[in-house]
Write a protein that binds this ligand. Structure first.
Ligand code: FAD
Length: 324
């Protein structure tokens, strides 16, 4: 029986939602194809995550636990993934497309002589491989890609699949792991967290994104209030990160983060192709812009034409009423 393996990433001591989305999809592929659905978790406290993982349908969870995994480091992660991959021999090894995944996917493919399709919006099984849809050319075009190999690595954009609980009583496989200091090629000296305690945009269910239409502190306060009532993350167009109004880590788009929350509210953003490349995959897009011809309305599900300074206060009040 073939195996579909999912890598479950951990961030700030929590299971990454995007990994569980991928696992949910792999579970449905495994059920349809008769493959075994398995997962691997690698962390300093990896065994504590097994309960959360088995809820999403993994029948076997490979656990690699070692203090070295307290923070993301490419060398030990690559070694652990290679070890698990060599022993499980999955036909498909699926990842959420996180920054950490981008760092190691190519090296793992080379190391394991596997094919790789990165950053897909969806994927399925075909005879002898994987078929996937990949957004290309700043997400203007969806490219159909096939990889035919007995081992295919695939990374999936966050928000591409829904979370689907499918509880299993998983077999736990503890994987022996040790790493000699001499094997470490890099030293982690410091982690600088640019956006403090703000919500991780890759994991956020809702994002309120500000563009050049947000001109002053009053506008920023409205964005913060809307984000707060929706428990949303705050993002920004490049116009506002370049001018220093928002931190560069909050930039969404071709040269920023690629996000796909359930709800994306674009406030005072024109909808330039480079911005849309980073948010077009969002489930529901709401645009607020005073220009009825702004290109953002072409990708929006709901549009409000108006001055954000007049639209947002009653909009926020209505959401507060609904929430209460
Ligand atoms: P603008 O295009 O100036 O739009 C402002 C909008 O606000 C207008 O539509 C206006 O009608 C509206 N507005 C103004 N006042 C109000 C008001 N009071 N109420 C309501 N609406 C109002 N951009 C990104 O965002 N992310 C990227 O990753 C990115 N990468 C790039 C990479 C390259 C190589 C290049 C060349 C560009 C990149 N850009 C990126 C820049 C991009 O082309 C746009 O310049 C940028 O997205 C514009 O930001 P904006 O929509 O906030 O500003």
């Amino acid at each position: 029986m073939s195996t579909i393996l999912t890598y479950i990433a951990i961030s700030d001591g929590k299971l990454k939602r995007s990994s569980l989305e991928v696992l949910s999809h792999c579970k449905s592929l495994a059920d349809a194809s008769g493959a075994s659905c398995e997962a691997v978790v690698i962390d300093a406290n990896a065994s504590s995550f097994v309960d959360g993982i088995q809820k999403y349908g993994a029948s076997k969870v490979h656990v690699v636990e070692d203090p070295i995994f307290k923070n993301h480091m490419n060398t030990p992660l690559l070694k652990a993934l290679s070890k698990v991959m060599s022993s499980v021999n999955p036909s498909v090894f699926a990842f959420a497309s996180t920054e950490g995944t981008k760092d190691i996917l190519g090296a793992l493919a080379a190391n394991q002589n596997a094919a790789v399709i990165a950053d897909v919006a969806s994927f399925g099984l075909i005879d002898g491989g994987v078929t996937a849809k990949r957004p290309v050319m700043a997400a203007k075009i969806m490219n159909n890609t096939e990889a035919k190999s007995d081992k295919v690595l695939v990374s999936v954009r966050s928000g591409s699949y829904d979370l689907n609980e499918s509880p299993e009583s998983a077999e736990v496989v503890n994987v022996d792991f040790s790493m000699d200091d001499s094997e470490m090629k890099a030293t982690l000296r410091e982690i600088i967290s640019a956006s403090g305690d703000t919500i991780d945009l890759n994991e956020a269910e809702a994002i309120v994104a500000a563009g050049r239409g947000v001109k002053d502190e009053e506008g920023k306060a409205l964005i913060s209030e809307l984000a707060s009532v929706l428990k949303a993350g705050i993002g920004a167009s490049r116009a506002l990160t370049e001018s220093g109004v928002y931190d560069p880590s909050l930039q969404i788009g071709q040269t920023g983060k690629v996000v796909s929350p359930q709800l994306y509210i674009a406030v005072g953003i024109s909808g330039a192709i480079q911005h849309v490349a980073g948010m077009a995959n969002s489930k529901v897009i709401v645009a607020i812009n005073k220009d009825p011809d702004a290109p953002i309305f072409e990708v929006a599900d709901y549009g409000i034409v108006g001055d954000l300074y007049k639209v947002l206060p009653p909009f926020i009040e209505e959401i507060k009423k609904i929430k209460s």
